[in-house]
Design a protein around this ligand. Structure first.
Ligand SMILES: [Fe+2]
Length: 223
């Protein structure tokens, strides 16, 4: 949401996203840039300005996993993988055992009720199949417990894993409990780049109880 976790950046992004938050159509997860400084973390800027639904919180409280029904057929489980480190350029993300355990329970419970379960968090789980040179430095900040996500996907019916962090769009399928599970990176939503694969973009998903039916890419500068 922000570049360096500063108060004025959070104020600005909260303003920009307010119409979506007020309509109840917004879910956000923090990324590594939102916990860039110790100050940003200690004052819980992300939660106070935005929180998981973009409305902000008067008193910051643990908010992830944040479970969002997507109609009657699917549910989004939003997780926080952003962790502070002295050197933000090399600090990996981490979900941690508590969130992973909670995600496992949620996946089991909702799948039993016939819903597709989608996980969403910031950091990448696996490397993109195609190397994009200018994206390489992000590889130094992976998800430290990505192996646990791979295991979770193998053992529980997860319909898809949605993430960001890599400034490039790609899809990798992981072996899932009920067949191949797509891991989708939409790429950066705000990047100004000449390389088409890195240009600012977003994904629009069509989802039903069987999972992701289609993915449409919206790319800045393309009609
Ligand atoms: Fe990132």
């Amino acid at each position: 949401m922000t570049f360096s976790g500063e108060s004025r950046e959070f104020e600005r992004v909260a303003d920009l996203l307010r119409p979506f938050a007020e309509a109840g159509k917004l879910t956000v997860v923090p990324g590594n840039h939102d916990v860039w400084t110790e100050d940003a973390v200690e004052t819980a800027r992300f939660l106070r300005a935005l929180g998981p639904d973009g409305r902000g919180m008067k008193k910051a409280a643990p908010s992830y996993p944040h479970v969002v029904p997507l109609g009657a057929d699917a549910v989004l489980v939003a997780l926080d993988s952003a962790r502070y480190g002295d050197d933000p350029w090399t600090t990996p993300g981490r979900l941690g055992s508590e969130q992973l355990k909670a995600a496992r329970e949620l996946a089991r419970e909702h799948a039993k009720q016939g819903r597709a379960v989608l996980l969403a968090f910031h950091h990448h789980v696996v490397l993109p199949p195609e190397r994009v040179d200018s994206d390489a430095h992000v590889a130094r900040m992976p998800l430290a417990d990505a192996d646990q996500v791979v295991r979770l996907v193998a053992e529980q019916p997860i319909a898809a894993v949605l993430h960001g962090h890599r400034h490039t769009a790609f899809r990798v399928d992981l072996p899932g409990a009920e067949g191949p599970t797509p891991v989708l990176c939409a790429g950066s939503a705000s990047r100004v780049a000449d390389e088409p694969v890195r240009r600012a973009r977003a994904y629009v998903y069509e989802i039903d109880r069987s999972g992701v039916r289609s993915v449409e890419a919206l790319v800045a500068g393309l009609e």
